[in-house]
Every structure is written in structure tokens, then in C-alpha cells.
Design a protein around this ligand. Structure first.
Ligand code: FES
Ligand code: MG
Length: 576
């Protein structure tokens, strides 16, 4: 492997010249107690750390960053830790999705403005993975993704608990009067027992697996539980490896290709991925200048079976079990030639070389292709007059009778009115109804909150109903389940046909035919459109205003339009 010269490194422009500016940079590094032996002639590695005091999924990053630094020093680099917005999925309102692009901008500008040659990206909680990767793609420096890893299995009264899924399940049990408040508090204390991300196949597990399948993480890294000592060793290895990646000039441009994105889609399908994967992969690929579309997901979904038996698609296992069963390399090895194994990765080797010989240790957790959990992929893309630009459903996580269904709409214009209505014992609703929530999209939400798993009305819950069809322009958590049709594009707020539906209109959903149709004539829709007035503005100033001016629709990945540039577009370097 040929090695670049020190003088060709970006950071050398700050530190090498014999001039007054560089004097300033060198003296200020030495002000922090570092001698030239620490930094001179070495690549400077940024560690973009999304740790914060209020992100439980990243709470171990405070220690892990020291392991990364150790690895960087061992390999002859000089680490600098740069904190980036943490985007704690649990606590950030109205939704972290409002800020994914802000993290992407922050990551890009942190890298551009500082004297750094490469970066370790520390993320994992839902939006942090795509946010960091989108920023790093645009910055263009060598980078490696260090996944936070899933937390340990939950435990309550000897029962395994899964993030998200079991919260909703037991909440419905509580609403139905099947468990007591004391038991509910027990669930609260048992469902999240260690640092790390949600350990169901939520958005975090999905996106960390996607990062690894694209080639941005060390082999197997994304499956290691956060609390496992393997995670510490993986972290220091990230530090060692990034220094070599800088010398090898192994930039993201060489790793993010259309083929590697298609690999990620295949892996996402086989994992029973979160629906959020669609939005993030579309956005990342457009940043990288090799776009994938909803159609690429639909093609893969018809061919790739779900073989990861992890909740919520499966009903037993969690990410910890997936790790013990061999983890992502074993799953990818099992996918055989469905993956393009020639794609380059952060190891400097191909995907195929990375996973060669990986073994499955438990065929019930990582199923053989001929005994899948679900015969088709995790997601289906539907189109029709209700969603001309598409919408998605996760058929592997919904009751089969809803895959082909016609029923009357029950429409809600906003989340608060829906939330109040579902608790009304006298609500006029049957299990055949299709609940519709609108004004919950990228602009209307704002930020497309995870409201798409509308609660089953209490009246039906008490009758034993646990699933029904729901349609919205919102997203839903990857840990959710049910017959939820999401990401309807264009959204209602910008005048998509979803805005024109009335309670009682019939809607037909046909997943095998990939169709969603509002049974209302074009003439009638035109009349309703003429009478429609756009909702009031959500933002008058600040980041929200900028967001609403530039946010793209769900089928385009919800990036800000001005951030979508291809590799090679002028990225002006700062004047030093
Ligand atoms: Fe962080 Fe689920 S809340 S991954
Ligand atoms: Mg989530």
C-alpha cells in the first residue's frame, strides 16, 4: 500500500510551514501540554463524539473515546475530540429528525474548519448514524464509523423485554386493565439495563448494520453489544485503523458507491429493517452522488427474504442474540451472491474478504435463506392516488389480513386531536376502519415525527383488537409494529392528496399489487383541492424557518436541498 507524504496531509498546512501562522498553531498545541513528539509529522484525527449527559444510548462514549484515542496514538496519529450534537432519540422534541441535517452540517463543517486529516465518527442512536455519515460524505476526508452498539436484553420477572416494542405492548395491556401500575413500573426499570442503543431491530440497529454493510465500519462492529469488552477493543481498533486510512488516502468516495448502497438495501431487507432506513439511505446516497430510490427498495423487497429473527419482525430474539449467532458478517455471508462482494471497505479489503468464512451459530436467529422468517423483504413501497410519490409499509410486522383491505377512512388533522379521540370510549370506529393522520410530514410535523403507529382506539383495544390499518405522512419508530402505512408523499401540509381525504371515504390497500387508492373520483378530488387552504406556517424564524424553506419530501430523503451536492463539487478549503 503506497503511503502519502506528511506534507500532503491537510493538517500539515496548519503545522508544517515556517511562518507566523504556523507558529501560532504550534505554540497553541504546546499550550495544551503536547510536545512535538506527540503531534509533529503525524496525521491529526478528529473524533466526532455524539456523547452527552442526556443520551443513554451513547453514555459509554465518554469512556470509549479514550479507547479510540489510545488506538490513534498506537498507530502514530494525534487525536482531537470534537463534540457534536447528541440527538438523543428519547429526549429531543419534537423529533430528532428535525435535527439530523443539522448534525450532518455540523459534522461537515467541524471537519472542514479544523486541521484534521481523517475522522472517527461515534454514533448509533437513530439519526446520529445517517447524520454523521452524510456530513462525512460531504467533507470527503477518510472516515470510519464507530457504532455505539445495542444495549443488553431487557428483563422483567424473568421475561425478556425489547426496546420500544414491549413498551407499546405492555402499555396496551395496561390500557386494557391486564397489568397493574406496580407491574408497569417494574417494566420501566427492566426494559433498558445498560448503555447502548435500542436492542430491537429499530432504526439504530438498522442504520449501524447499514453503515457496516456499506463498508464504513470494521467487520462485525455493528452487532457488538455496547457493554461487551469486544466493544472496547473494537473502539481502539477504529483508532488504529483510521490513521492508516489517512496514509492510504482511503476516502469515502471510494467506499460509497451505488453498489455499496444497493448492498445496504439488501442487508436492510434481510434484517427486517426499520422503515426509517428508506429515508436515510436515500438521503445518504444522494449526498454521495449515486442515488438510490424507493424503487430500488421495492425491487430488493421482492427478492430478499427476512432472515434475521429479531423483534419486532421476529417475536423472540434481540440484537444480543443476533451477536451471539454470528452477527452481521454471518448474515452477510449467508446472503451469498445477493451482495456485491467486490466493494471496498474501511479495512482496505473488499466486503467479500471481510466476511469470508463468517459462520452462523444459531440457525433460528439467523435463518437459512430457504427457511426465512418472512418470504419477502421487510418493506414494501406502495403508490396510487393517495401517495403518487410513494409510501412504505412493513408487511413483516403487520397482521396478514391487512395486506389487502378496503375500509372507511377515519381522518385526523393533527396529533393532539387523534390522541384525544382514541381514548374516547364512544368513538365511531370499527376494526375495518383505516385511521388517517395528516400534517405529520417533513413540513407539517414538523420534522416528520414518529407518530405513524397511531394508537388503537381504546374501544377496540378492550374488544381485543391489537392491529388495524393506519395511514400517515409521519414516520414510525423502527421498534414499532402493525399495519402502518408511512411516509405518504407528497405530505398533506404541502397539498398532497392526503390533505383531501374525508372521514368515510373508502381507501383500498393492496400490498401484493403495491397499491394504495382513495376511492374518490378525480373530479371530486379536484373540487376538494380548489377548496383546500394551506395550513399556517410552523416557523417564522431560526433553524426551523431554514428547515421549512429547504426540506425535501420523504421520497427524496428529507435532506436540505442546498446540502445535496455530489462528490467533487467545489468544497472550498479554509484560508489558513
Ligand atoms: Fe437511542 Fe433507540 S433511543 S437507539
Ligand atoms: Mg427509534
Amino acid at each position: 500500500m503506497s503511503k502519502r507524504s506528511y506534507e500532503s496531509l491537510r493538517s500539515a498546512r496548519w503545522f508544517a510551514p515556517d511562518d507566523l501562522r504556523s507558529f501560532g498553531h504550534r505554540s497553541r498545541i504546546m499550550q495544551m501540554g503536547y510536545a512535538p513528539e506527540d503531534w509533529a509529522g503525524r496525521p491529526i484525527i478528529a473524533i466526532l463524539n455524539t456523547w452527552s449527559d442526556i443520551n443513554p444510548c451513547h453514555s459509554h462514549f465518554k469512556q470509549r473515546v479514550e479507547d479510540v484515542k489510545r488506538g490513534i496514538f498506537q498507530s502514530g496519529g494525534f487525536p482531537i475530540e470534537l463534540p457534536a450534537i447528541s440527538l438523543s432519540e428519547n429526549f429531543v422534541k419534537p423529533t430528532t429528525m428535525l435535527y439530523r441535517n443539522m448534525l450532518a452540517m455540523e459534522a461537515e463543517e467541524l471537519l472542514r474548519s479544523h486541521p484534521v486529516d481523517g475522522t472517527v465518527l461515534m454514533g448509533g442512536c437513530d439519526k446520529t448514524t445517517p447524520g454523521l455519515l452524510m456530513g462525512a460524505i460531504s467533507a470527503g476526508l477518510p472516515c470510519i464509523f464507530l457504532p455505539a452498539g445495542p444495549m443488553l436484553r431487557g428483563n422483567w420477572k424473568g421475561k425478556v423485554l425489547g426496546s420500544g416494542s414491549d413498551a407499546w405492548k405492555y402499555w396496551d395491556e395496561r390500557r386494557a386493565g391486564k397489568i397493574t401500575k406496580t407491574e408497569w413500573i417494574g417494566v420501566e426499570g427492566g426494559i433498558a439495563r445498560s448503555a447502548g442503543t435500542c436492542m430491537t431491530m429499530g432504526t439504530a440497529s438498522t442504520m449501524m448494520a447499514i453503515a457496516e454493510s456499506i463498508g464504513m465500519s470494521l467487520p462485525g462492529a455493528s452487532s457488538i453489544p455496547a457493554a461487551d469488552s469486544n466493544h472496547i477493543r473494537m473502539s481502539s481498533e477504529c483508532g488504529r485503523r483510521i490513521v492508516d486510512m489517512v496514509w492510504e488516502d482511503l476516502t469515502p468516495k471510494r467506499i460509497f458507491t451505488r453498489q455499496s448502497f444497493l448492498n445496504a438495501i439488501v442487508v436492510a431487507m434481510a434484517m427486517g429493517c426499520s422503515t426509517n432506513a428508506v429515508i436515510h439511505l436515500v438521503a445518504m446516497s444522494r449526498r454521495a452522488g449515486c442515488p438510490v430510490s424507493l424503487d430500488d427498495f421495492d425491487v430488493a423487497s421482492r427478492d430478499i427474504p427476512v432472515i434475521a429473527n429479531v423483534r419486532p419482525s421476529g417475536d423472540t430474539y434481540l440484537m444480543e442474540d443476533f451477536f451471539y449467532a454470528g452477527g452481521l458478517p454471518a448474515l452477510m455471508e449467508r446472503l451469498g451472491d445477493r451482495l456485491d462482494r467486490s466493494q471496498l471497505t474501511v479495512t482496505g479489503r473488499t466486503l467479500g474478504e471481510n466476511i469470508a468464512g463468517a459462520e452462523v451459530y444459531n440457525d433460528d436467529v439467523i435463518r437459512p435463506l430457504d427457511n426465512p422468517l418472512y418470504h419477502e423483504g421487510a418493506l414494501a413501497v406502495l403508490r396510487g392516488n393517495l401517495a403518487p410519490s410513494g409510501c412504505v409499509i412493513k408487511p413483516s410486522a403487520c397482521a396478514p389480513q391487512f395486506l389487502q383491505h378496503t375500509g372507511p377512512a377515519l381522518v385526523f388533522d393533527d396529533y393532539p386531536s387523534m390522541k384525544a379521540a382514541v381514548e374516547d370510549e364512544n368513538l365511531d370506529v370499527t376494526p375495518e376502519h383505516i385511521m388517517v393522520l395528516r400534517n405529520a410530514g417533513p413540513q407539517g410535523g414538523p420534522g416528520m415525527p414518529e407518530w405513524g403507529m397511531l394508537p388503537i382506539p381504546i374501544k377496540l383495544v378492550k374488544q381485543g383488537v391489537r392491529d388495524m390499518l393506519r395511514v400517515s405522512d409521519a414516520r414510525m419508530s423502527g421498534t414499532s409494529y402493525g399495519a402502518c402505512i408511512l411516509h405518504v408523499a407528497p405530505e398533506a401540509y404541502v397539498g398532497g392528496n392526503l390533505a383531501l381525504v374525508k372521514t368515510g371515504d373508502m381507501i383500498t390497500v393492496d400490498v401484493p399489487a403495491r397499491r394504495i387508492h382513495l376511492e374518490v373520483s378525480d373530479e371530486e378530488l379536484a373540487q376538494r383541492r380548489a377548496a383546500w387552504t394551506p395550513p399556517p406556517k410552523v416557523f417564522e424564524r431560526g433553524y426551523g424557518w431554514m428547515f421549512s424553506q429547504h426540506i425535501l419530501q420523504a421520497d427524496s430523503g428529507c435532506d436540505l436541498d442546498f446540502l445535496e451536492t455530489e462528490f467533487g463539487a467545489p468544497n472550498r478549503e479554509p484560508t489558513i
